[in-house]
Design a binder for this molecule. Structure first.
Ligand code: NAI
Length: 357
């Protein structure tokens, strides 16, 4: 399908391609929606096999950001950007980041860039030398690494799952399997361990596994079998597209609630299949919104108390979505429905924005 066809199907407002002759930067910014406010979304730095793949990724991810922001009830839209690397593993440079910053600046604040795969706070700070419309840096831009807030929000989503099943939000003696011990996964383990949960962990990085064993007494699983671990709850916190029909048949957890973006291979099909098997699934883009709440909230000028209140609110939002899902095909469908309703509402009725620049 051509670009306009894909934009029409997904409802995008704007897709911008850019090349910078001096640095060789090639990048795309996709703004899905600004109906609820400026659109914040990460910049992904990746080597794509084809331009079509890059376009597909940025369109899909930016649409997801609109739903994430709307479910979190933030007065923000949804967008994402990708930098197309000519080959994988190319080291980042200040010149490249600054060229990307200038590109972001051309959108005059409709798009606020942030971190995603392949981008760190230093890259953000270099971008911020060229634009004010970027979050997640440590020196020039503000916000820093949002992962601790993502982990906290995911834990709030887990509490909601327990409540929905009529259980106490009590992790004492519960077993949680965590796939991926990166920024979010390790912090989630810390929170779960403090709450009394037993942990089963897997990561392809042996050092991280050793750290989790030392710090939390975690049981180790092979990365190839973590999804089939005997546990109460499974938390995918590594890559996306890890749960499809085969995995669903073999899951032994009764709850799936994790931070990874796009956990399900085909969200509509797989969320319905999980529901059919009686496995409770908390939509990833609802429970992993803590990082977005943190960066968007700071952008909007919210106080620390307000940011914490909104992160805690992920629990109620998840409960509401799981309740709605009783009369929908799945929690995924219920969450998308709520998000689309909010986006379609009269923009004048959206929350007041307090722009902090
Ligand atoms: P990260 O890159 O710090 O950690 C990912 C971890 O997964 C690494 O330790 C890596 O070795 C491990 N891993 C990769 N493949 C694996 C496999 N097959 N089996 C087991 N472990 C594997 O990433 P981060 O920031 O912790 O994010 C984790 C997930 O959460 C990603 O999907 C990300 O898109 C999503 N997310 C992160 C947010 C944040 O605030 N950092 C916000 C929202 C979503």
């Amino acid at each position: 399908m051509n670009t306009f066809g894909q934009m029409i199907e997904r409802g995008h407002e704007r897709v911008c391609f850019h090349q910078d002759a001096d640095t060789g930067l090639r990048a795309i910014i996709a703004i899905h929606s600004t109906r609820r406010g400026s659109a914040l979304g990460g910049t992904r730095r990746w080597h794509y096999a084809t331009e079509e793949e890059a376009l597909f990724d940025v369109l899909r991810l930016s649409e997801g950001m609109s739903y994430k922001a709307a479910c979190a009830n933030l007065p923000m839209g949804g967008a994402k950007s990708v930098i197309l690397l000519p080959e994988s593993g190319l080291p980042r440079t200040q010149a490249e980041a600054r060229a990307m910053g200038r590109f972001v600046d051309t959108l005059s604040g409709d798009y606020i860039a942030a971190e995603d795969v392949g981008i760190d706070p230093q890259f953000i700070d270099w971008m911020a030398l060229e634009t004010n419309h970027v979050m997640g840096g440590e020196t020039v831009a503000s916000g820093g690494d949002p992962s601790p807030f993502t982990a906290k929000g995911t834990f709030n989503g887990m509490k909601a799952c327990l409540q929905h099943l009529g259980r106490q939000a009590d992790f004492d003696g519960m077993t949680v399997a965590v796939q991926g011990l990166g920024h979010v996964g390790m912090d989630l383990c810390r929170i779960l361990h403090t709450a009394g949960a037993k942990l089963i962990v897997a990561d392809i990085n042996a050092d991280r596994v050793r750290d989790a064993v030392d710090a939390f007494g975690a049981e180790v699983s092979d990365p190839s079998s973590i999804l089939q671990a005997q546990c109460d709850m499974l938390a995918p916190c590594a890559l996306g597209a890890v749960i499809g029909p085969d995995e669903i048949r073999r899951l032994r957890a009764s709850i799936v609630c994790g931070a990874a973006n796009n956990i399900l291979v085909d969200p509509e099909r797989d969320a319905a299949a999980l529901a059919e098997r009686g496995i409770l699934y908390a939509p990833d883009f609802v429970v992993n919104a803590g990082g977005l709440i943190w960066l968007a909230g700071l952008w909007l000028g919210m106080s620390r108390e307000e940011l914490d209140r909104r992160n805690d609110g992920i629990e109620d939002t998840t409960i509401e979505i799981l309740e709605r899902a009783r009369s929908a095909a799945s929690p995924h469908h219920a969450a998308i429905e709520i998000a689309r309703q909010r986006i379609a509402e009269d923009p004048a009725s959206k929350e007041e924005t307090v722009h902090a620049g």
